[in-house]
Structures are given as structure tokens and as C-alpha cells.
Design a protein around this ligand. Structure first.
Ligand code: FES
Length: 80
């Protein structure tokens, strides 16, 4: 049974146990922030918590790694 999270106001389905990064990838979202210099797109890269490319804000908290963060019902996610 899936549930949904909200990403910048868009509803994204989540399979229980999925990380936010995996849910975004499954929804076809490949990048959700840009680099400080050059504005290059970033999303999942290593997928294991090493590169920090996947930073994203959840429920107003400071940016965290989307590849390590398990999605919870009702999560409000914002990209930068
Ligand atoms: S994708 Fe590399 S830390 Fe998340």
C-alpha cells in the first residue's frame, strides 16, 4: 500500500520503506537542486550517503540526504 508525500506542492507516491530519493527517482524526478557555482543540476548520484548531491529539506528542517531519509506519510518536502 503506497502513501504520498508532497514535494514542492506536488503529490509523490511512496512505497513504505522507500527513501525520499528513491520515491523521487521512481516518480521521474532526476534532479531537485543546483550547484552553487554553475547552476548544474543535482539529485541522486551515489545513492549511499557519500556524495551529498541529493540534499533536500523535509518538514522545514535543514537540508538532509534524500538517499538516506526514509519517507514518512505527510512529509512536506521542499527543494532548493
Ligand atoms: S546520493 Fe550521494 S549522498 Fe545521497
Amino acid at each position: 500500500m503506497t502513501f504520498h508525500i508532497t514535494v514542492d506542492g506536488r503529490s509523490v507516491p511512496v512505497v513504505p520503506g522507500q527513501t525520499i530519493g528513491a520515491a523521487l527517482h521512481a516518480a521521474g524526478v532526476r534532479s531537485w537542486r543546483t550547484t552553487r557555482f554553475g547552476g548544474r543540476p543535482r539529485g541522486l548520484f551515489c545513492g549511499i550517503g557519500v556524495c551529498f548531491d541529493c540534499l533536500i529539506s523535509v518538514n522545514g528542517r535543514p537540508p538532509e540526504r534524500a538517499c538516506l531519509l526514509e519517507a514518512e506519510p505527510g512529509d512536506e518536502v521542499t527543494t532548493a
